[in-house]
Design a protein around this ligand. Structure first.
Ligand code: B12
Length: 254
């Protein structure tokens, strides 16, 4: 049983803890104050797609801009879910259900707006060739989308050709590669050398199962990360201009 300590979470948000609290009570204190925004964020937390769309409709009818609702309400609700997941209060199915509701909401907001929504950046995710273990990749993808990134998910057992073609087509800020088997993790090597041959220096964040930091560090573009929840932090660092050397300094264990 995970030892949940709402006090620790709420202290980070400067919220006073009055008694023993359930996850819903913890979240209640973190939702935004403005009523329209609060309803949307709450619906994302509850993972209720119908409620998400309904609360967005209400907010738009009350004069709020659909695109602003993406960043100011949908992502805020998802941020709360991610925080409570990081702290062991919520579990993976909660994150997946909320992320789905958020994605539904983003699509609805985009439909209702005549402007383009700007993602923070584009990322390509995949599971290496010969490997069908894709649960970790799904987590990574959900967490990146929750933090405002557009993720082109290539799926599992993806051949090197397909990865290279996707990078050339999509021009992502980074790749995330998952491998759970010692027999398949060598697949990172081909992607690394094929990208370098084409003068493409996009970081490949590698993780899953038997993959280790020493193994990934052999590849010029390789960046290791153990926890899926750290991947959005790496993406943010790339957006802030860090190169592979700087990213390794920041995220590798020394
Ligand atoms: C579930 C599972 C399966 C399922 C997969 C279902 C699916 N859709 O993914 C099924 C039953 C299909 C399966 C099949 C096989 N499996 Co299997 N499987 C597992 C098992 C039990 C759990 C894996 C899992 O999903 N864990 C939960 C997820 C959430 O964890 P995760 O993937 O590690 O991801 C976390 C981190 O690694 C990280 N992460 C993941 N990806 C990324 C990416 C980035 C960029 C970052 C930063 C982080 C990150 O974040 C996640 C959250 O923390 C493992 C044993 C184990 N304990 O790991 C064996 C295991 C991986 N399987 C194994 C094997 C051998 C097989 C088979 C070959 C069995 C067979 N003889 O047919 C086949 C392989 C088929 C193939 N070609 O891929 C071996 C691999 C041994 C090895 N070291 O090479 C393991 C380790 C079992 C064992 N002890 O022998 N398997």
């Amino acid at each position: 049983m995970i030892d949940i300590n709402p006090q620790r979470i709420l202290t980070r948000y400067n919220v006073k803890v009055e008694k023993e609290m359930t996850p819903e009570e913890v979240a209640e204190k973190l939702f935004p104050v403005e009523e329209n925004i609060r309803e949307v964020a709450k619906a994302v937390f509850e993972g209720d797609e119908d409620e998400v769309v309904e609360s967005i409709q209400n907010a738009i009818n009350n004069g709020l801009d659909p695109l602003n609702l993406i960043n100011n309400a949908l992502l805020v609700g998802m941020e709360i879910v991610s925080t409570l997941y990081d702290d062991g209060v919520l579990y993976l199915p909660d994150v997946i259900i909320s992320a789905q509701a958020m994605i539904e909401g983003i699509e609805y907001c985009k439909e209702r707006s005549d402007q383009e929504h700007e993602y923070k950046g584009k990322i390509v995710s995949y599971v290496v060739e010969g490997d069908i273990h894709d649960i970790g990749k799904k987590i990574v993808t959900v967490l990146l989308r929750a933090k405002g990134y557009e993720v082109v998910d290539l799926g599992k057992d993806v051949c090197v050709e397909e990865v290279i073609a996707a990078v050339k087509r999509e021009k992502p800020i980074m790749l995330t590669g998952t491998s759970l088997m010692t027999t398949t993790m060598v697949g990172f090597q081909d992607v690394n050398s094929r990208l370098l041959e084409s003068d493409i220096n996009v970081p490949i964040v590698c993780g899953g199962g038997a993959v280790t930091q020493d193994f990934v560090s052999q590849y010029e573009l390789g960046l290791y990360c153990e926890e899926a929840s750290d991947v959005p932090k790496i993406a943010d660092a790339i957006i802030n201009g860090l190169n592979i050397g700087q990213l390794r300094k920041e995220f590798h264990k020394h």
